[in-house]
Design a protein around this ligand. Structure first.
Ligand SMILES: C[S@@+](CC[C@H](N)C(=O)[O-])C[C@H]1O[C@@H](n2cnc3c(N)ncnc32)[C@H](O)[C@@H]1O
Length: 245
């Protein structure tokens, strides 16, 4: 099931007010970790799957990528992304990640930030990305961490005074659809274990080079003490994988 929730007006209005939507990458908690996983982007042909407002596309061009293609399901996200650049080497295309057709070896780098947990069949998409990458190409992605997606509630257990007691994990091994409440009711996401993410990459022919779970470093925390709870449980899973030469 492909749900285009970002074209829902109420959802889009709320998402547009989030710090990362207003302040861009520097307001995104996991950005320093994601950036550290990226290869040198100079002269690279880059694909961004689930490109949203296009922050990563514009960053890639600032790093002198040859061109960037941003793919997203949501026309509202794409319209905003288009309004934020006049760069003719950034192209935006409306498509589901699942429906995007790759030509063999057409990209050097494929990135995807916080979109693949909306995709039901990660294995199929992974095999397509592998085909679409040139030999030696890099796939960098982040998803909501499986500790975060295991329960549809996606929330802390609170004490009597509303204090955060702990983050509950349940049904971790039961992969599949979750009808979550995130900004609006019934936002469909897909829960997979960490092992499934990694094993799917391996089975698709990738060499998994690095995995990060704690998007918020202690250094980052010293700049953003409000993020203290983000170190109590991992919210993001970030991976860099390479297509062998
Ligand atoms: C959390 S936003 C992330 C946007 C951007 N990558 C970022 O990090 O700022 C998720 C994006 O994925 C897109 N998306 C969700 N499911 C999708 C799908 N199946 N195919 C393509 N895009 C999808 C949404 O429309 C939205 O723009």
């Amino acid at each position: 099931m492909k749900q285009n929730i970002y074209d829902d007006h109420a959802f889009f209005a709320n998402y547009s007010k989030m710090p990362r939507s207003v302040g861009g990458l520097n307001s995104a908690e996991e950005w320093p970790a994601f950036r550290d996983l990226l290869p040198d982007l100079a002269d690279k042909r880059v694909l961004d799957l689930g490109s949203g407002f296009g922050w990563h596309c514009r960053y890639a061009r600032q790093q002198r990528s040859r061109f960037v293609l941003g793919v997203d399901l949501s026309s509202q996200m794409l319209e905003t992304a288009k309004s934020l650049t006049a760069d003719s080497e950034i192209e935006y295309r409306q498509s589901a990640i699942e429906d995007f057709e790759f030509r063999d070896g057409e990209f050097d780098v494929v990135i995807s930030s916080l979109a693949l947990h909306y995709v039901e069949h990660f294995d199929i998409v992974c095999r397509k990305i592998h085909r679409g990458l040139a030999s030696g190409g890099t796939f960098v992605f982040s998803v909501e961490h499986p500790v975060f997606t295991s329960r549809a509630e996606q929330d802390w257990y609170l004490g009597h005074d509303g204090e955060r007691l702990h983050w509950p994990v349940d049904n971790y091994c039961d992969e599949g659809i979750r009808h979550t409440s995130w900004m609006t009711d019934d936002v469909v996401k897909y829960h997979r274990t960490v092992a499934t993410y990694v094993n799917t990459l391996i089975q698709s022919g990738f060499h998994t080079e690095k995995i990060l779970e704690c998007g918020i470093s202690k250094e980052r925390l010293s700049q953003r003490p409000d993020l203290i709870d983000e170190r109590r449980r991992p919210m993001f899973l970030l991976v860099r994988a390479r297509k062998p030469i």
